[in-house]
Design a protein around this ligand. Structure first.
Ligand SMILES: Cc1cc2nc3c(=O)[nH]c(=O)nc-3n(C[C@H](O)[C@H](O)[C@H](O)COP(=O)(O)OP(=O)(O)OC[C@H]3O[C@@H](n4cnc5c(N)ncnc54)[C@H](O)[C@@H]3O)c2cc1C
Length: 403
């Protein structure tokens, strides 16, 4: 357990930090004002693409894709990637500036890992270039989707095409016109064993038969510009060449997609929580109540101390997961990947909650990123599989290990 950062990772982290200071923090409020204005639904501010171009020109681009995905990967190990994620996640929308945001990140990894050369040319390359965006549609309203084998959307072969019929919801990123491709999971082989019944298939966002039923609000807010939506698929036809890997591999792809993605996700929570901590320290030093700064009050000191402990514990756990992944691949890292999925969002939720309390009224309005950190952390205890599912998986692995 060394977590020794390479010279390259340290330098890149300094560059990401400098970029955040110069280009992202100064636009934090602009972004909030723009995206929360309902006249701007599903649009990005006009300066946003310019920032992406700058990040790309500086080589701060696609840093999420680990070494094993060369030639597309910039060649970093998971241990090298993790600290970069902390830095670029201190503002929730910043990952997109570096082309490192979910769900594009996981989708690009799927295409790099399983895509045919034709699929990679048509969809992976424009995604890596940042020219288009993508969505991942697994969850369905009518079934408990924490169990991926429950999915009912039908994928039926008809000659040289597959025909899709069914309903999806909570599809992130699919609303704005930047989204051009969806990775859709559905049931193609109902008679196969349970974990071999499903497939993942590429569906252009504008394919005839896809109807957006509604945009969903998260804690009463549309996640513009990407959004989350409910979709109806009615006789949607795609060529058979759009199948990813092979029929029956949907469950495997859903699992594989979340490997490195999980610890990058977890490091995002470390970044969000660290920012909340920095903000609350600053606030505690400035705000005076009942004749003394908040920072002089023991209860505030304890909340800050508790937050620092929680963040540092989580950071080390994420680094451990990254190191296990580098040394032994996803199989070796699996218990750690479950651990970080369980620990990180709850840690961030708790830290954001303390920050809100220390900020008082300002802590719940749009003046800081604290409410966003809180709500992201809260819904991520459900999204990508609820806490309980990961607890059960980890519990089973742990019992097996000690048997
Ligand atoms: C903001 C947001 C974005 C999302 N983005 C996407 C996306 O891009 N693509 C996509 O496909 N999906 C997405 N999702 C959906 C998300 O992955 C699902 O909501 C999640 O997998 C849970 O499925 P469900 O909602 O059907 O809950 P259910 O499966 O109905 O579970 C409900 C509750 O039952 C309990 N439970 C379930 N299983 C167990 C168990 N084994 N043990 C004990 N208790 C259990 C848990 O408390 C759980 O919260 C998103 C969700 C949100 C909120």
């Amino acid at each position: 357990m060394s977590f020794k950062s390479s010279k390259r990772s340290i330098e890149l982290n300094e560059q990401v930090e400098a970029f955040m200071q110069e280009h992202i923090y100064p636009r934090e409020h602009d972004w909030q004002e723009f995206t929360l204005d309902h006249n701007n639904l599903w649009k990005v501010p006009d300066w946003f693409d310019g920032l992406r171009e700058k990040a790309k020109a500086q080589g701060l681009w696609n840093l999420f894709l680990p070494d094993e995905y060369k030639p597309w990967s910039p060649g970093l190990t998971n241990v090298e990637i993790a600290p970069l994620f902390e830095t670029m996640s201190k503002i929730p929308w910043a990952q997109a500036v570096f082309n490192c945001n979910a769900p594009d990140r996981g989708n690009m990894e799927v295409l790099a890992k399983y895509g045919t050369p034709e699929q990679q040319k048509e969809w992976l390359e424009p995604l890596l270039a940042g020219d288009i965006r993508s969505a991942y549609a697994m969850t369905e309203p009518q079934v408990a989707s924490s169990d991926a084998t429950n999915m009912e959307l039908e994928i039926r072969r008809d000659g040289d095409e597959y025909v899709l019929n069914g309903r999806k919801w909570w599809t992130t990123n699919a609303i704005g016109d930047r989204c051009k491709i969806m990775l859709v999971m559905g049931r193609s082989n109902p008679d196969a064993p349970r974990h071999k019944q499903h497939s993942t298939i590429l569906v252009p966002r504008n394919a005839p038969g896809i109807k957006m039923v509604r945009a969903l609000r998260v804690f009463d807010s549309y996640h513009s510009p990407g959004g989350e939506a409910e979709f109806l698929f009615e006789d949607v036809r795609v060529p058979v060449t759009n199948m990813i890997k092979a029929e029956g591999c949907g469950f495997e792809i859903a699992q594989g997609r979340l490997g490195p993605g999980r610890f990058q996700y977890a490091m995002m929570f470390v970044g969000l929580a660290q920012r909340c901590l920095e903000l609350m320290c600053d606030r505690a030093e400035q705000r005076v109540a009942f004749g003394e700064k908040l920072s002089k009050k023991t209860s505030v000191q304890h909340e800050i101390a508790r937050s620092r402990c929680d963040i540092e514990q989580c950071r080390l756990l994420v680094m451990q997961a990254a190191e296990k992944m580098d040394e032994g691949g996803l199989e070796a890292a699996l218990p750690y990947v479950s651990m970080v999925k369980i620990v990180a969002p709850k840690m961030c939720q708790d830290v954001a909650d303390r920050a809100m309390q220390i900020f008082g009224g300002q802590g719940v309005c749009q003046d800081t990123m604290i409410p966003e950190a809180f709500t992201i952390a809260r819904f991520c205890r459900i999204a990508d599989g609820p806490d309980e599912v990961h607890m059960s998986q980890l519990g089973k692995m742990t019992i097996r290990d000690y048997k």
